[in-house]
Design a binder for this molecule. Structure first.
Ligand SMILES: [Zn+2]
Length: 573
């Protein structure tokens, strides 16, 4: 970060408290889209059409889906960033009027065999339950708790019908968005309702559903990972080890089944129906890994959260602030894209506060800086603020906001993607001790000090188990690719026969030259710190070798929504 930015941060204390790096800017983009953007605009009538229901737009049969996600996402972001969202109170006042006598929202449930329409109703009402309770976390409200209780009682009534193994089997095929996940995703809201009310019936129902939760092919990944997040919350509430064991086993199962793609994406639908991503699934996987990291401190969860955050999650965010779908192709991302304003836009926004909260963690004897993103770290006697400009200059600024003038330890994680990490104070390296994958600095910190963490980014060559011989490139935390907007001639016919020239590697690490546009192509969400030049032989004219700029796929937010990317390359023989 340059001196002028730093000075501005000091003068405008409010800006500093909002964070000055890419993560905060991306959260603000989605926050503003939900509140003021469009089309479609989230007017009161538009939001509440699913709760009424009034079938005037797509997916109103998922009653409570849009309205519940809207309330939950805005409440949690407002809480995290200390911002007022006055419209929430108005919308909730209108919403509670729409609750049916049995506690649910929307059209009636069937009375005979469970139908797909029942599943859609369950899905939306489950999203609404957690959304209401997230609002209650932000602004405790008797009116909201009463409404949530009535909805929870409705689920308790429905429990025996839906927990029937025959219903589970029937809806564990290729029903996708109206599959059994519509029932299992409710666990999250039930656990939270138990936390708020201490009514054991909700916890018992959550346990019954958790015991009936399984992964299967062609399953909707967003629904399944939401259920896993709920089961992890169940563990946090009950401390019953079986639930932690279950979610860790399922985490391993997702990886072993080949459903985690190299950019940290889960497909919308599990194999063999992999076709496109879904912002909701990516947000869930990110939040699930962060929660597992917080619970276990196993590095694999932090590393996977980071992989998804810097690649698929940022990639998935549209320039409008929406999240949604992109079509996979054989060598990267194809030309299809859809802004999923009915779900992903909210669920993407909802993930940001979880990331901000996990930038740091505390140990009994140290404050630890884990993810190179914006965030606040607090231990007794020391408060730090991180402002990350990793994408521009591979650095993070840590400012000392408060201190008791005693000695404290700061541990800065040394990620596998960095060949070195250095911390300096006013351009003077502080040294430090390498300890368990961190750089530890123990000293008396002074209020107002600015530290610079500099990451030396390494370039790794990845291989493709499915297609031996193909390679991909990672620089720092970013997966690199070539897109048609920025590099049109790379897509000259027949681009599939392009052959890249890869220098010799040492332990998977390669040296590529900095791209010529690295210092000229800047701007919001452009990760110029990772622009590298890759030599290649064009498929149509190999007699004229060319250079193309590899850039992070996270930059997709800055280019055309439907622009294709290539990130798997065939090297020359
Ligand atoms: Zn979605």
């Amino acid at each position: 970060m340059n001196t002028a930015c730093r000075a501005a941060l000091v003068v405008f204390g409010l800006c500093l408290s909002a964070g000055a790096g890419e993560l905060t800017a991306r959260m603000n983009l989605s926050f503003d889209r939900v509140r003021h953007g469009g089309p479609p605009e989230y007017t009161d009538d538009f939001l509440l059409a699913d709760a009424a229901p009034k079938h005037v737009r797509r997916f109103t049969e998922f009653s409570g889906d849009v309205s519940g996600r809207y309330i939950g996402a805005l409440a949690i972001v407002a809480q995290q960033s200390d911002r007022a969202v006055p419209e929430l109170e108005r919308i909730i006042a209108e919403l509670v009027q729409l609750q049916k006598p049995d506690g649910h929202f929307g059209d009636p449930f069937s009375t005979g065999a469970v139908t797909k329409s029942d599943m859609a109703l369950l899905w939306g009402n489950g999203r609404l339950l957690i959304g209401l309770l997230e609002y209650n976390r932000f602004k405790p409200s008797e009116r909201v708790r009463t409404c949530a209780r009535k909805l929870g009682d409705c689920f308790v009534q429905l429990g025996p019908r839906l927990n029937d193994p025959k219903v589970r089997e029937e809806f564990s095929g290729d029903q996708v968005a109206v599959g059994y996940i519509c029932w299992t995703q409710i666990i999250e809201g039930l656990v939270e309702l138990n936390r708020v009310t201490h009514d054991a019936r909700y916890l018992k129902l959550a346990e019954d559903i958790a015991a009936n939760t399984f992964r299967h092919p062609k399953q909707h990944s967003h629904g399944f990972v939401t259920a896993l997040r709920g089961i992890l919350e169940l563990y946090r509430e009950t401390h019953d080890a079986q639930w932690l064991q279950k979610v860790e086993t399922e985490w391993e199962g997702i990886l072993a089944s080949g459903n985690l793609l190299p950019q940290g994406a889960l497909p919308e639908v599990f194999k063999p129906l992999i076709q496109r991503d879904e912002g909701c699934a990516e947000a869930d996987w990110l939040r699930f890994n962060l929660a597992l990291w917080a619970e276990t401190r196993k590095p694999r969860y932090l590393e996977n959260a980071e992989l998804t955050l810097f690649n698929e999650f940022f990639f998935n965010q549209f320039h409008t602030g929406d999240f949604g779908h992109h079509t996979f192709s054989a060598d990267g991302i194809g030309a299809g894209a859809a802004r999923a304003w009915w779900c992903c836009t909210f669920h993407g926004l909802r993930a940001f506060p979880d990331v901000l909260r996990n930038a740091f963690h505390t140990e009994t004897d140290a404050l630890c800086y884990d993810l190179p993103v914006d965030g606040d770290g607090v231990i007794t006697g020391l408060t730090l603020r991180a402002d990350a400009t990793l994408s521009h200059d591979a650095t993070v600024t840590l400012s000392v906001r408060d201190t008791d003038d005693q000695e404290h330890s700061l541990r800065v994680r040394i990620p596998a993607w960095a060949s070195a990490v250095e911390v300096s104070l006013h351009h003077t390296p502080l040294g430090g001790v390498r300890k368990n994958g961190t750089l530890e600095l123990k000293r008396r910190w002074l209020r107002g000090e600015f530290l610079t963490v500099t990451y030396t980014l390494a370039t790794h060559v990845l291989t493709d188990a499915q297609h031996p011989g193909r390679v991909a490139f990672k620089h720092g935390p970013w997966l690199l690719g070539v897109n048609e907007d920025n590099s049109a001639t790379f897509f000259d016919e027949p681009y599939q026969r392009n052959r890249v020239i890869v220098p010799a590697t040492t332990n998977g690490v390669v040296q590529l030259k900095t791209a010529a546009d690295r210092f000229t192509h800047r701007g919001q969400f452009v990760a110029s710190a990772a622009h590298l030049a890759l030599p290649y032989l064009p498929g149509g004219y190999p007699c004229q070798p060319q250079l193309v700029t590899l850039r992070p796929m996270a930059e997709h937010t800055t280019i055309g929504d439907t622009t294709p990317w290539v990130f798997w390359f065939e090297p020359t023989k």
